[in-house]
Design a protein around this ligand. Structure first.
Ligand SMILES: Nc1nc2c(ncn2[C@@H]2O[C@H](COP(=O)(O)OP(=O)(O)OP(=O)(O)O)[C@@H](O)[C@H]2O)c(=O)[nH]1
Ligand SMILES: [Zn+2]
Length: 371
């Protein structure tokens, strides 16, 4: 008898207790809010059953379906949306497909210059397509300066490179600071040397002072002229045996330069290339050329994305290369932008000549264009 009563009470109790729990939770929320420890997920997410258990998605390892013996290592020479062109050790180029979702989760998106492992599925025919299994660790990479948080992953533009080469013209079109500034910043942040190639020097008598200033802060510069052939031998020396990323604004004579260095590249110069049956360089998303004297140049249109530095002004102020030797922020105020703040260490160093004026000017230009 007693027992039954207990049961009844319990049932009633459970209904009430639910309501009481709910009220307690609300109170808790208030307390958390006051303490500043409030869970800021939307309310639906916080209490809904659906979200109680974290959903853990298992990533299938792409290599499970493949025979390890059949895999080969190769070099990525072009990257497209779902496929990449991989050059095998025997010199053949093959297409390898990759599932974007898988490589995204594994954080192994192939870029030009990557060494990768590819294989055909088990029992596949001879002409079956290859699949990308692994991107091998990179020795170096050119990365777009920008946010590194999870939601907007950093963008790798080219892998396993030794130097970044920026082609600029001194006239027709005039020297473009914006482009050079950003490349210098990216190269510096990636610890890669920057080589500045000044093309079309046949058009001018003397290098203008502003260009000279800029040249003083790059690692190396070479004056060339594709027209007269001046400086090309010196450039060959610099490129010899190295992997270089080559970039330049449209019209500076980059294609002319590639043609001069790699005769079989035959990029069209000046106007849109006529259809040559393959349309290779007009449609590919990236290209890698072997230099006849050793070394490679990577010329990828994706590099143009560097035109936008997605770095927030404060990050730029904290991490601009060359401002703080030893990486310690030494300005008086934590949010110093180095413009006119009191106690700014950067301004003091510019004044004393420790930081070149041209580097500081480059910083200001990037900061300006960002906002
Ligand atoms: N005077 C002079 N003209 C040059 C030189 N190099 C290239 N040009 C000219 O500059 C123009 C542009 O050259 P391209 O090689 O097509 O330039 P690009 O940088 O590849 O341009 P995009 O194909 O648009 O990226 C062409 O008319 C070339 O003939 C040079 O050293 N001196
Ligand atoms: Zn400062």
């Amino acid at each position: 008898m007693n027992h039954e009563l207990d049961n009844d009470q319990e049932e009633e109790h459970s209904g009430r207790s639910f309501r009481r729990d709910a009220r307690a939770r609300r109170v808790n929320t208030m307390e958390m809010w006051k303490r500043g420890t409030l869970d800021d997920r939307p309310i639906k997410e916080r209490w809904s059953r659906e979200f109680k258990k974290p959903k853990i998605k298992k990533i299938k390892d792409p290599s499970e379906k493949f025979d390890a013996d059949d895999s080969v290592e190769g070099l990525v020479v072009e990257v497209h949306r779902r496929t990449c062109v991989v050059r095998l050790p025997n010199g053949d180029s093959v297409n390898a497909t990759y599932r974007a979702a898988v490589v995204y989760e594994l954080k192994e998106f192939p870029v030009v210059g990557d060494q990768v492992i590819i294989a055909r599925a088990k029992n596949a025919e001879e002409d079956a397509p290859y699949s990308l299994l692994r991107v091998l660790p990179r020795k170096s990479a050119l990365v777009r300066p920008g946010p590194k948080d999870k939601s907007r992953r950093e963008l790798v533009l080219a892998a396993n490179i030794d130097q970044v080469v920026v082609v600029s013209s001194v006239a027709e079109p005039p020297f473009n600071y914006g482009f050079a500034d950003r490349f210098l910043l990216a190269a510096n942040l990636c610890n890669l040397p920057l080589v500045m190639v000044l093309n079309k020097t046949d058009l001018i008598e003397e290098i203008p002072q502003n260009v000279k200033d800029f040249i003083s802060i790059v690692d190396k510069f070479i004056c060339v002229s594709c027209k007269s052939g001046k400086g090309l031998d010196e450039l060959r020396e610099v490129l010899k045996g190295k992997n270089s990323v080559l970039s330049g604004k449209s019209g500076v004579g980059k294609s002319s330069l590639v043609n001069a260095l790699v005769p079989e590249a035959q990029l069209n110069v000046g106007e849109v290339r006529e259809l040559d049956g393959k349309g290779r360089h007009t449609t590919t998303s990236s290209s890698l050329f072997d230099l006849p004297f050793g070394g490679r140049i990577i010329d990828t249109p994706g590099i143009r994305e560097l035109g936008v530095v997605e770095m927030d002004g404060h990050d730029l102020a904290r991490s601009f290369p060359g401002f703080f030797p030893g990486e310690f922020f030494t300005c008086k105020y934590n949010d110093c932008m180095h413009i006119n703040e009191p106690g700014c260490d950067v301004l003091a160093r510019v004044e004393s000549g420790e930081i070149p004026k041209a580097r500081y000017a480059s910083y200001l230009r990037i900061l300006d264009s960002d906002e």
